[in-house]
Design a protein around this ligand. Structure first.
Ligand SMILES: C[S@@+](CC[C@H](N)C(=O)[O-])C[C@H]1O[C@@H](n2cnc3c(N)ncnc32)[C@H](O)[C@@H]1O
Length: 352
């Protein structure tokens, strides 16, 4: 008969093997603060993954920037949010990476396209669930389902800014010579769209949106904001610096400042992919003798939510505001997300 009791290893014998450690081995090459996010141009990154209607949005995030932020700062099954989601880049990349997502967008046109992009992603096998809410993100805590407060792991977003860096161009046919026409280069003139405000109002609105994000984040959650400096009447507008200040005012803790490349990296060479107008502006400035450079990166500002939950009194104070008027659920009702607290009248509900 065998004795079932564990025996002490004999002297000189290694003894039983330890159980394998289920944690992934630490990556010997730590992630860098320069994100290589434009190895493929924007059009190639989007082709087949986004609907053609999305092209018209004047300031989309590069999909690789959203995907890098989501991979670095969240885990599969986490909830990712974008309070100014445009045509839904953050949400599309999140559901492809197995995260759930919620987005808010003020303009019905972009919100509808975002919902359609999510349906498209799900049709391509994306496993996450996503919901788009049309509304003014300055009222964020009042717009999203009540159960979402304190559950968001990651916010990825960017404020609208700098018309000079947006838009598409086409050649004009005119008698006596051609020119270029700019189109799809602006948002609506609705005053609730922060893009139609001056910088001070834009920053005040964005600070409010970040404070709303802080109320949704779980303790220690992450906020990633991309922002590009731009020039107004020849002067540099330091939007990234202003975003850092806005985050601190909103109660977020600055954690990192990274750079996302908008240029491809080939060996030691950067391959720029400027828009027609960026190139034109820099060439004209240089012809005037001003030493401008093409901007080939976006600043990525990373904040952390404080590591403790907000008190319920503070949450109630932040929830005070008008509800969103239309909730769009892209395809099926999310299984893992709580049911929306503010359900619109059925006639106003749009399924993509
Ligand atoms: C820089 S774009 C974001 C683009 C988005 N990351 C994408 O890839 O499509 C900023 C977006 O914020 C939206 N926006 C402006 N003011 C808003 C507000 N008060 N509430 C919600 N969205 C707003 C604009 O309509 C625009 O689509």
């Amino acid at each position: 008969m065998t004795d079932p009791r564990p025996r002490a290893p004999r002297p000189g014998h290694p003894g039983p093997r330890p159980a394998p450690d289920p944690r992934p081995a630490p990556d010997p090459s730590p992630p860098l603060s320069v994100w290589v996010t434009a190895q493929r141009d924007a059009r190639t990154q989007r082709r087949g993954r986004y609907l053609p209607a999305a092209t018209a949005h004047p300031a989309k995030m590069l999909p690789a920037i959203a995907a890098t932020a989501i991979t670095r700062y969240s885990e599969p099954g986490d909830l990712v949010a974008d309070p100014m989601c445009g045509i839904g880049t953050t949400l599309v990349e999140a559901v492809h990476l197995g995260r759930d997502a919620v987005g808010v967008e003020y303009e019905p046109r972009w919100a509808t396209i975002a919902a359609a992009n999510i349906t498209h992603a799900r049709g391509q096998g994306a496993t996450g669930q996503a919901e788009i809410i049309r509304g003014d993100a300055r009222q964020l805590p009042a717009l999203v389902p009540a159960g979402m407060a304190g559950r968001v792991a990651l916010v990825v977003t960017s404020p609208p800014y700098g018309r000079s860096v947006h838009g598409q161009v086409r050649a004009e046919q005119r008698a006596g010579g051609g020119g270029v026409e700019k189109y799809d280069n602006r948002y609506s003139d609705d005053p609730a769209n922060l893009a139609s405000h001056g910088l001070d109002d834009l920053l005040a609105g964005f600070t409010r949106i970040l404070a709303g994000c802080a109320a949704l984040l779980r303790p220690g959650g992450t906020v990633v904001v991309t922002a590009r400096p731009w020039r107004q009447r020849g002067e540099l507008v330091d939007l990234p610096g202003a975003v850092l200040a806005a985050g601190a005012t909103a109660g977020l803790i600055p954690a990192e400042r990274c750079v996302a490349l908008l240029a491809g990296l080939r060996g030691r060479q950067l391959v720029p992919r400027p828009s027609f107008f960026q190139l034109d502006n820099v060439r004209k400035a240089r012809a005037r003798g001003e030493p401008w450079h093409l901007i080939v990166h976006e600043d990525v500002l990373i904040f952390r939510a404080p590591g403790f939950p907000l008190g319920s009194r503070e949450l109630k104070r932040r929830r005070n505001g008008p509800p969103g008027d239309v909730v769009m659920t892209a395809d099926v009702a999310p299984a893992r997300l709580p049911a929306p607290a503010i359900l619109p009248a059925p006639a106003r509900r749009h399924a993509a």
